[in-house]
Design a protein around this ligand. Structure first.
Ligand SMILES: Cc1cc2nc3c(=O)[nH]c(=O)nc-3n(C[C@H](O)[C@H](O)[C@H](O)COP(=O)(O)O)c2cc1C
Length: 188
């Protein structure tokens, strides 16, 4: 599938029920992890829309255990980048959103982590629908406490991922998936 165009008025259209936003299957199948970005700044409104989409993920008991830190500052990004082998991705991304689990809002580790996974996937799809690109960075979790210290956050927040966001420098990478017949274990 070709480059996905930004469709204006995404929220307005959805609200009015006109549905000018990207078809949900087109979005799911054409989204790719983007690891190289142009220098073009990401509008704050888009970052907020991405976070909002994240917060519309389901969560057990609707406890919404996710918390977010928006990171744009060059000096902070440089220090964040030092905490992962995906340094270049963070340095290249004009905006990063660090996603945390709030221990004080959580009620079940497994279910809360699942909810935050759903939240991050919503964010990635929203990024894509806005004509931006992103990658879910998990490798940095090995330095979760250091990220928390860098961002001067309380110990109740546990790092779940950093989502690096920007305008894609290219969109030509491929991705593979197993055939669904290989992953359906049984049909009864
Ligand atoms: C939990 C999780 C952690 C990930 N961590 C990283 C990471 O640290 N660095 C990275 O470049 N990509 C990371 N990814 C992205 C995957 O590599 C990517 O989704 C996968 O290769 C499939 O490619 P696609 O997203 O383009 O379909 C992560 C994805 C998930 C779900």
């Amino acid at each position: 599938m070709g480059r996905v165009q930004r469709r204006p008025g995404i929220t307005d259209g959805a609200k009015k029920g006109k549905g000018p936003f990207m078809d949900i299957f087109e979005g799911i199948y054409s989204r790719r992890s983007i690891r190289k970005f142009t220098d073009k700044p990401v509008p704050q409104q888009d970052v907020l829309e991405v976070i909002k989409a994240g917060t519309w993920a389901p969560s057990g008991l609707n406890n919404q255990p996710w918390r977010f830190v928006i990171i744009r500052d060059q000096a902070v990004r440089t220090r964040l980048a030092e905490l992962t082998r995906y340094r270049i991705v963070i340095e290249s991304a004009p905006a990063c959103v660090a996603v945390f689990a709030d221990r004080e809002a959580m009620y079940d580790d497994t279910k809360d982590h699942q909810a935050i996974g759903a939240c991050i996937q919503n964010m990635l799809l929203a990024v894509h629908a806005l004509g931006l690109g992103a990658v879910w960075l998990g490798e940095i979790l090995k330095n979760g406490p250091a990220v928390r210290e860098l961002l001067e956050l309380p110990e109740t927040l546990e790092l779940m991922a950093v989502v690096a966001i920007g305008y894609p420098a290219s969109r030509n990478q491929e991705a593979r998936r197993r055939d669904i017949r290989d992953v359906i274990v049984k049909e009864c």
